[in-house]
Each structure stands twice: as C-alpha cells, then as structure tokens.
Design a binder for this molecule. Structure first.
Ligand SMILES: *Cc1c(COP(=O)(O)O)cnc(C)c1O
Length: 403
C-alpha cells in the first residue's frame, strides 16, 4: 500500500508505537501465540472448502459447553443473536417484559426489543455495578417473563439471590456472559446457571475470534435444538435441507472461526490467570496511600466470584481530564459505558423510574488497560500516571472554581 506521495504506508509507525506505551489491548499477541498450533488446520479447512458448520464447529461447540459446565453448545454468528435467539426459543415476545440491568452494553436491551418484548431496567449495586436481587425484585411486574443477568466486566453477581427471586416469580434466567468467559460463582462457571447462557466471541472479548462469532450454552436439549434451528433458517436436525419448521435467520458459526476458537480455548485458563494476576497488581497499587483523597473508587469483587477481568473498571472524578492526561502519557483507556442504555434515544421512553446508581456510574467509570500480554511494568506505569492525572485534574478544577 502506498499513500499519494508514493511512500509506503506504515499503519503502525514506530512513532505511534512509541507514543502508545500502553495500548488498551493487544489481540495480535494472542494470535501470535496460538497461530503456530492452528495454522495447519486453518489452511486445511481453507483448501478443503467446507467453510460453514462441519466437524470443526461441532468440536468447538462440545469443547465450549464442557468448559462452561453445560451439556450443549450452539455456535452462532455473534453474541447479539445469541441473546435474541435465546429469547425467541424461550417463547418471549410481544406483551412480555424482560428485566435487564441499566448498566450493560446496549445489545442486552436491544435483543429484548428485537424479540418484540419490552425491557425493564434494574439498577445496579454501587459496589460491583451489577444487578442485585433487590433491584431485580423491584423491576418485576405481572408481565415479566425473563431476566437477563449480565456478568459485566468479567464477574457474576449474587447468583443464589437472583435465582431465588426468579424462582419465586417463575421467570426464566438468561445469562449474558459475553464478558465472562471462564468466570465463576461459588465454583460454578458462567454458562451453567441460566436456562440458557449467551456468549460473544467478538475479537476483544476474553475468548475472541478473527471477526464476529458467538454461542449459547444450555443443559436443556430442546432449547439447544430450537436455537440451532432458528440460526439455520428454521431447518431442523434430521429434516431435509429444503424443509423449514419455523421462520429462522442466518446466524451460523464459521469453521475457520471455530478452529481459531478451539485453539485459543486451550490457552484461555492461562490467559485468564494472567489477567487475574495483573488485576491484583492494580488493586495493590490503587489501594495505596497516594490514592487516598483522590476520589478514586475501585469496583468491588462480588463474594464467591472468580472475576476474569474482561475489563478493569475504576471510577474517577473529572473523568474527561483524567483520560486526556493518560492519553498524553501514551495510555489508552476505555469507558464502559458513558451513556446508560435507558438514556439511549430508542430506549429512553422505557425508563420509568430513576436508576441513580447506573446514571452516576456512567459519568465516572474508566476502564484501564488489561490484557494477558501486558507487563507488570506497564501496570506500574499506568498506576503512577493515574495518580498524577488525578492530582492534576483536582488542581485544575480548584483553579477553575477559584476564577
Ligand atoms: C459484546 C457484548 C454483547 C454482544 O456481542 P456481539 O458478539 O458483539 O454481538 C452483548 N452483551 C454484552 C454484555 C457484551 O459485552
């Protein structure tokens, strides 16, 4: 590739690399580690020409279900379809309500709307930023058919408390585990709690594909069959290719993605342990004296949870200036999420009661870099820089208010 001046275009110039001392994530490092192990299978599949479904997809589906502690896995096109098809398979549709947390990625609530049902927003815990048994109970009405419990940032909320409310009220539990591959609660893995659990393998997730991919896990065979059929134009197992039992869609997992995902699955525990170790290092530094009085707040780990740190989320005052200061020091950060779902234009009319915790958190949350190939030294540098950025932001705001 060449630009207009005829010089070769360098997408990652050494200048940019130098300026970005801590990227938000590093997907290429994971690919580099796994590629030698999958290269042969990947090339064989390319040359073989069977690109959708087939033995590589079945092998990944089985491996993924076993990893999650569920009986069945169904590979899908993405995590959003996993949510939509799960709702449809459970019979959720027009006239039904589904409780979702106010602090989540929009896909959780959007899937409910796409299924023809109405999302009802539950506020979240000020400590974990996850839904609680109390906020779930408060959002349930006689029309509620299901709850989507979101294991946001990489940890599960109090699953016993939430399941008890769901059981009392007779509503189905769906897990949105898109950020929680390998996370556990009380020794049980994400993907084994709900009637059905939804996963995304979007490249930046803890287990990520070379593009879009997703899956559901369930221990109910009829749900697995229904979702598999819905994702394949309503075809059913054992029927002809030209026989359609229901109106479905096209949301199948590609064989090349399945080969990569199986290859990466073999590394997932090791990468997760590294994420956890980096997070402990962050916690140690950020709990230190130089942060007292800065307004920094850590996100708590729920009791009994194995947090897999898809994201390391803190809350800071004057977030924009803190972010700018970190960017200047070559540190990429993220915000998950700056606008709560119920404040997005298409969903605004559905927010009936105040959701104070989610709303306040949206203005304060800041995701610090965390990825398996990050170094200890990079964590130290982010922490030093954050302490400086918080002090500078506080001085800046005092100066502004003195004027
Ligand atoms: C990524 C994500 C999704 C959507 O998954 P896609 O594969 O991008 O469609 C849904 N819910 C949550 C919480 C997510 O983080």
């Amino acid at each position: 590739m060449a630009d207009a001046a005829g010089t070769p275009m360098n997408l990652d110039s050494s200048e940019t690399r130098e300026m970005t001392r801590v990227p938000f994530t590093d997907l290429a490092a994971m690919t580099g580690e796994v590629w030698p192990e999958i290269e042969q299978d990947y090339l064989s599949c390319l040359l073989d020409g069977a690109y959708i479904g087939g033995p590589a997809v079945t092998a990944f589906e089985r491996g993924w279900a076993a990893y999650c502690g569920a009986d069945h896995g169904v590979g899908l096109g993405n995590g959003t379809d996993a949510l939509l098809l799960s709702l449809t398979a459970l019979g959720v549709g027009p006239g039904d309500e589904v409780v979702v947390p106010a602090n989540t990625f929009i896909a959780t609530a959007a899937a409910v709307v796409r299924a023809g049902a109405t999302p009802r927003f539950a506020d979240v815990s000020d400590d974990t930023l996850l839904m609680t048994a109390d906020t779930l109970a408060a959002a349930i009405t006689p029309c509620t058919r299901a709850v989507i419990i979101v294991h946001l940032y990489g940890q599960l909320p109090d699953m016993a408390g939430l399941a008890a409310i769901a059981q009392q009220t007779g509503i189905a539990v769906i897990e949105d585990a898109a950020q929680a591959h390998g996370a556990e609660w009380g020794g049980r893995r994400a993907g084994s709690f709900g009637a059905v659990a939804c996963f995304s393998f979007y490249p930046a997730k803890n287990l990520g594909a070379f593009g879009d991919a997703g899956a559901v896990t369930t221990s109910r065979p009829e749900l697995a069959d229904e979702i598999r059929s819905l994702a394949n134009h309503g075809r059913s197992h054992g029927h002809s290719h030209y026989h359609h039992d229901r109106i479905g869609t096209n949301s199948r997992l590609d064989a090349l993605q399945a080969i990569l995902l199986s290859g990466k699955l073999a590394h997932l525990e090791e990468w997760t342990e590294r994420r956890i170790a980096l997070a402990s290092r962050y916690r140690e530094h950020l709990g230190g004296g130089e942060f007292t009085g800065t307004g920094l707040k850590l996100t708590a780990t729920a009791p009994l949870a194995r947090h897999v740190y898809h994201l390391f989320v803190v809350r800071v005052p004057r977030r924009d200036s803190v972010r700018t200061a970190l960017t200047r020091r070559g540190i990429q950060t993220g915000v998950h999420y700056p606008v709560p779902c119920h404040r997005q234009p298409p969903l605004r009319r559905l927010a009936e009661h105040p959701l104070p915790v989610a709303e306040r958190a949206a203005g304060e949350v800041l995701s610090l870099p965390l990825f398996p190939h990050m170094t200890d030294r990079q964590v130290d540098y982010v922490c030093e820089s954050l302490a400086e950025a918080l002090r500078a932001a506080a001085v800046g705001s005092e100066a502004a208010s003195a004027q």
